[in-house]
Design a binder for this molecule. Structure first.
Ligand code: HEM
Length: 485
């Protein structure tokens, strides 16, 4: 079989891909060597800005199939019928490290799904944790700065990590989760995914519900101990990437069962916890899990850069029947992601194959910009309204309106009757077996004992004491023992 001809970017044949053109044998290189100039210049431009968080990740395609009727709660078309299947792309990630970081580290994992629905792409951009460290988006850049590399030392610093938490008592719940047994998943297949935030569902009758999403792994939860994680991360930085890729190559397609907790909108105001506070869960005894369907991953992307690095998920991509709640963190995220995509990928990132709608098409009057590849709208009129049958609005709200009251201002999140920063962290601690508690305490003490300032250690200890007296005592003793060593 004859080989295809190697060409320049413009399609002209390349004569020599081994030797650059020179002025005579041994002479300097000629500026007219277009193939060399293009090859070097193109290479210089291969990298794009990595994600400012969740830089390191792995992705796969699959589908979601509805197994249970949820039409009483949402009019979303992709959830409208038992048996209905929707194509999707899912990207898993670690949070704090950069693109070349190791997979087997103690860190939350991203669990970002793009459902290619017939009513447009629905992005659910969650984590493997049901809660988060903070409850107001204004703290997010400070939080992330404290967890990523220090500007002077160039590495993650226990001083910064714990100093932030010393000033964020609301993080105690998520810190307890992260330092516990699920803090280092054995692979992306062996962990749950959560929407984490509260979202709003609206049914055909316009009735509103608040929901929380839980994707339970059908592979079973498997985690690594601190020692196992350190060993694996040192040996094989790509452990989670390899595991996912190879499982799907072998046809061992990972799956998750989606459950939701559903709260009728009228119950939100008097619920014992603020249902829009991302540092809190809704105990299942209050709102039980209801099954919705099954998510399966069955196809690896052909090209990691094109499909995983350039994937763009935005919590603001909703479909009719699903909308935001007033969770302040979620509200901040509704802005942050598409803004990041415009910077990282450009204004036309929605035209890339992984990001474009697949089960419908985008029809609007957004035009042009850098790298417009599909000549949006082509010859059609580029203003609206028009007399030429261009796309027009539906007049149908995507989700139910929210009643608001009060004055504008920088308010703290309203506290409900059972709300404080520590109760649920204590509940999580008390749920653990003695062995789990011992590992949790050892993991916390391992980090906290490295902090150089006593006042920062004291403030953190006070949080564990406030969560549970035994929890505080054990962490304090373990930290003291390590510092006396
Ligand atoms: C106000 C708080 C937050 C802000 C401002 C924020 C901002 C960002 C930004 C700018 C990115 C990079 C996006 C990109 O370049 O494509 C990102 C990625 C991500 N964030 Fe957040 N984030 C916040 C909280 C959260 C929370 C609470 C979760 C989970 C519940 C979360 C999950 C993710 C995931 C999974 C990704 C990676 C998405 C992907 O795979 O491309 N973030 N975040």
């Amino acid at each position: 079989m004859s080989k295809r001809v190697l060409t320049t970017e413009s399609g002209a044949p390349v004569a020599d891909n081994q030797n650059s053109a020179t002025a005579g044998v041994g002479g300097p290189i000629l500026l007219q060597d277009q193939h060399l100039l293009e090859k070097l210049a193109r290479f210089n431009r291969e990298r794009i800005p990595e994600r400012v968080v969740h830089a390191r990740g792995s992705g796969a395609y699959g589908h979601f199939e509805v197994t249970d009727d949820v039409t009483g709660f949402t009019s979303a078309n992709f959830l409208s019928e038992v048996g209905k299947k929707t194509e999707l792309f899912l990207r898993f990630s670690t949070v704090a490290d950069s693109l070349g970081g190791a997979d087997a580290v103690r860190d939350p994992r991203g669990f970002a799904i793009k459902f290619y629905t017939e009513e447009g792409n629905y992005d659910l951009v969650g984590n493997n944790t049901p809660v988060f460290f903070i409850k107001d988006p204004i703290k997010f850049p400070d939080f992330i700065h404290s967890q990523k590399r220090d500007p002077f030392t160039g590495k993650q610093e226990a001083d910064n990590v714990w100093d932030f938490w010393a000033h964020a008592p609301e993080a105690t719940h998520q810190v307890t989760w992260l330092m516990g047994d699920r803090g280092i998943p054995a692979s992306y297949r062996h962990m749950n995914g959560y929407g984490s935030h509260t979202y709003q569902w609206t049914n055909e009758q316009g009735e509103a519900f608040f929901v929380k999403y839980h994707f339970k792994t059908n592979q079973g939860i498997r985690s690594l101990s601190a020692e196992q994680g350190a060993e694996l991360a040192g040996q094989d930085a790509n452990s989670h990437q390899t595991d996912l890729l190879q499982a799907i190559e072998r046809g061992v397609n990972p799956s998750w069962t989606l459950y939701v907790q559903v709260m009728p909108a009228a119950e939100a105001a008097d619920y014992r916890f603020n249902p829009f506070d991302l540092t809190k869960v809704w105990p299942h005894s209050d709102y039980p899990l209801q099954r919705v369907g099954r998510l399966v991953l069955d196809r690896n992307p052909d090209n990691v850069f094109a499909e995983v690095e350039q994937a763009a998920f935005s919590p603001n991509n909703f479909v009719p029947g699903i909308g935001p709640s007033p969770d302040k963190m979620l509200q901040g995220r509704l802005f942050a992601y598409a803004d990041a995509h415009r910077y990282r990928l450009g204004v036309n990132h929605t035209q890339l194959a992984v990001n474009a709608p697949k089960a419908t098409e985008a029809n609007n009057y957004g035009r042009d910009g850098l790298m417009a590849s599909n000549a949006q709208g082509r010859a059609a009129k580029n203003y609206e309204p028009n007399s030429y049958e261009g796309p027009a609005e539906t007049g149908q709200a995507l989700s139910a309106p929210l009643a608001v009251t009060g004055h504008t201002g920088t308010h703290e999140a309203p506290a409900h009757t059972k709300d404080d920063d520590f109760f649920q962290a204590g509940e999580l601690f008390r749920l653990m077996s003695q062995d789990e508690k011992s590992r949790l305490v050892a993991n916390i003490a391992g980090g906290l004992s490295q902090v150089t300032r006593d006042d920062v250690i004291e403030k953190n200890l006070a949080h564990f004491h406030a969560a549970d007296a035994d929890y505080g005592k054990r962490v304090e003793e373990a930290v003291r023992a390590l510092r006396e060593d």
